[in-house]
Design a protein around this ligand. Sequence first.
Ligand SMILES: [Zn+2]
Length: 418
Amino acid sequence: MKNGNNKRRKIRYGRLIISLLVIIIIMFFISIFINDKDTYMIDVVNKNIDTVFELLDKYNLDIEINYIYDDNIIKDNVISQSILEGEIINDGDMLSLVVSRGKLDKEKFSKDGINELGRVPIMMYHGIKNIKNNDTKYTGGNVDKDGYTRTVEAFRNDLELYYQKGYRMVKLSDYVNGNIDVSYGYSPLILTFDDGNENNIKVTGLDKNGNIIIEPNSAVGILEEYKKKYPDYNVTAIFFLTNNLFNQPEYDEKIIKWLVDNGYEVGNHTQGHHNFTLIDTEKTQEVVGYMYNKLESIVGNKYSKIVALPFGSPYNKNHENYKYIINGSYKGVEYETLAALRVGWEPEVSPFNINFDKTFLKRCRAYDNNGVDFDIEMTLRILNKTRYVSDGDINTIVTSVKNKDIVNINIDKELILY
Ligand SMILES: [Zn+2]
C-alpha cells in the first residue's frame, strides 16, 4: 500500500513538473513576443521638435523638454536627448530633450525694451453703472467723486486703452507665483474688483440648461465681450467677496462656480468688510477664516487664497492682527493666505524683484482724475518707462544688466542679463 501511494505521488509530481515546464515555456515565448515589441531609440539631435514628436509618436514615452539658448543649433531643433540612439525603450520611459531657443540676441532684447524686472499694474475696481459718461457729475466716467463706481462706457474705454497700450491680462495668483505668461514685447496687467457689487456680474436668469445668463453691461458681461473681441487679451479678473457674495442669493453659488470655471478668480474680502484696526486677533481669524470656509464650501479648492484688505487696513505689517490675516484658523480649519492687497496708488514691482512682498501688494486706483493723483492716465504714464515687458518665455527672467542688483536670485528661472 505504501509503495502504491508513493508511485501515485510520483506520477502527480511528474505531472506538476511538466505543467510548470509548459507554463515556463509559454512565458518564455510571451517574453520573446514582448521583447519583439521592444524598440530602439533613434537619433533626434538637430531635428525640429515638431518632427521629433511625429517620429516618437509610436513609442509610449514621457517627454520632458527644456529650452535653452544655443549659438550653433537653430531654433526649435533638439540639442541633446537623455536616451541615446540604440538604447532600448520601455513603455513609459522618460525622455528628456534639450531644445534650442536659437541664438541669444541681447541687442534685440535691448532694442525692444524687454524688462522682466519692470512694474506691474494691479488695477482696483469696485463697481460699474450702465450710464453714459456725460450723465455723471464727474470727470471721465466717474459715477461718484472718487470713481469707485464708473460708467460702463468708461470701463469699455479702459479695457480698450490697456489693450492698445500693449497690456495683456494675467491672473493675480499667477503674478504672485511668478508665472507671467505674456507674449514677447507685451506687458502684464491685473484686474481686481472689490466688494461683490451686483453690477460685477449681474445674472438676469437661467437658460434652458440651467446656466446663468449674464447681463452684457455688467463687468463680466463686458469682459466676456472683450474675450471675444481680442482673444489674445487673456481676459481675466479677480473678485474679492464678503459674506454677501454678489448680492444675488438665488444665483450666487452658480455665479462663483461659473467664474472659476471660466478663467476668473474669487478671493477673500473678509466676512463683513471688517476694518482690521477695529477688531482683535480672534475676530481677525474669524472674519478671514469664515470667508475661506465659505468659498471652499462652494467651489472646493478652486478659489484664490488672497485677501483684499478692507479699507487697506490694518495699514501696516507691524499691526498685531496682520500675521493672523496671513496665518490662522477658524472653526478648526487652518488657513494660509498667499497674498494680501492694499488699496492702491502705484504699480507694483516685478515678482522677481528682491523687494517683492506678495503679502502687502499695492494697487492702482482705476479711476479718472485728469491725469493726476495716480489715476489711470498717470499710472500708464509712470509705466511707459518702468513697465514689465515680457520676453515671451515663462522660464526665463530677462532684464538689463543695470537691474542685476534687484533680481531675486532665489527664483528657479534662468536669468538673462543684457
Ligand atoms: Zn472693499
